[in-house]
Design a protein. Structure first.
Length: 330
């Protein structure tokens, strides 16, 4: 609001802007109208700003947009196993929610899981891929702990699994935990037998998590000594073939006396050979001039090769057969 300073009204333009005002002190001994010493006066006022917003509605995309607001599927739960004292046929399984965020390839157990993972991938990336294409491209789905667990699902097998899909139709139990309390289940098993367990969690929106690692368990009873043997099971990996052709390095063939056709054989057995028949193994070999002749055909031999650098040994099992072919390249 405007303030009147000694008869001057700045709001009416009585004082120039940026100039000091010099008021008159009527009580001064210098007499009425005398000018006192210069003193700068300060004026205070309150200013209220009111917002004036202009809103313009414009199209974001041409043709409209569809969107779905959903939460992320949960991370796999924590699972642990505990035996009972002096009990050889029961174990307790404890399940607890996990925390954090993970980028992982989806792992389906049941056939219906594939459609759910396809939906999660579409929501997160905007790309529509089949479950097989997601795995082939090594694509990832984000899992996060943003909802408390609704259901824990425990799966069990008594035979060695070859894939997670082997657990389909083998759900052991569904556990509905109380809020803030871990889920638990007591399983009855046979002693000295291996079992394979995994678990996953469903949140309050029925989003499924990836399963946990597979745990191999065996409750061993050694004449009253009872203990739990457990380890994380990993699927066997196909080993690459290490077979290499060695023809360019090792060449073994019978001696000349083993390869010739004896004269008496030409007169007696040669008529039994047909065009489409493999010659007999007894045809080759001439013992006429060798009293110590010993035929090598249809006999097993072991050839040992020793490395001069490492000392490692390689044994080759060899058996000579008469194929009728002079050289293998023919």
């Amino acid at each position: 609001m405007p303030i009147n300073l000694n008869g001057l009204n700045p709001s009416l333009g009585d004082a120039p802007l940026g100039r000091s005002l010099t008021p008159v002190n009527p009580g001064n001994s210098m007499g009425a109208g005398s000018v006192a010493e210069d003193r700068r006066l300060n004026a205070y006022t309150t200013v209220e700003n009111l917002p004036a917003q202009n809103t313009i509605v414009v199209p974001y995309v041409n043709g409209g947009i569809e969107t779905v607001v959903v939460d992320l599927p949960s991370v796999p739960p924590e699972i642990s196993f505990y035996p009972f004292k002096n009990v050889n046929n029961r174990i307790e399984i404890l399940l607890n929610s996990n925390t954090g965020q993970l980028l992982r390839s989806p792992i389906a157990i049941n056939p219906s899981d594939e459609a759910q993972f396809e939906d999660y991938y579409l929501r997160q990336t905007g790309m529509s891929l089949t479950y097989s294409e997601i795995l082939e491209n090594n694509s990832k789905i984000e899992f996060s702990k943003d909802d408390p667990p609704k259901i824990y699902q425990i799966y069990r097998l008594s035979t060695t699994p070859t894939a997670y899909t082997d657990f389909a139709g083998n759900m052991l139990e569904e556990i509905d935990p109380e809020y803030g309390i871990p889920g638990s289940y007591i399983d009855t098993i046979q002693p000295n037998q291996k079992y394979y367990y995994c678990a996953r969690v469903l949140d309050f929106h029925n989003n499924i998590s990836n399963p946990t690692f597979i745990h191999e368990l065996e409750l061993v009873d050694n004449n009253g000594q009872i203990f739990l043997s457990q380890k994380v099971f990993t699927f066997p990996v196909e080993q690459p073939s290490t077979t290499l052709p060695g023809r360019r390095f090792v060449y073994v063939e019978p001696s000349l006396t083993q390869l010739v056709l004896a004269e008496d054989t030409l007169e007696s057995d040669i008529t039994d050979i047909g065009v489409n028949l493999r010659p007999g193994d007894s045809l080759l070999g001439d013992s006429t001039n060798d009293t110590n002749f010993d035929s090598v055909w249809q006999k097993d031999f072991k050839l040992r090769v020793t490395s001069t650098k490492t000392g490692r040994k390689l044994d080759l099992n060899i058996k000579f057969k008469n194929s009728g072919i002079v050289n293998q390249t023919e």
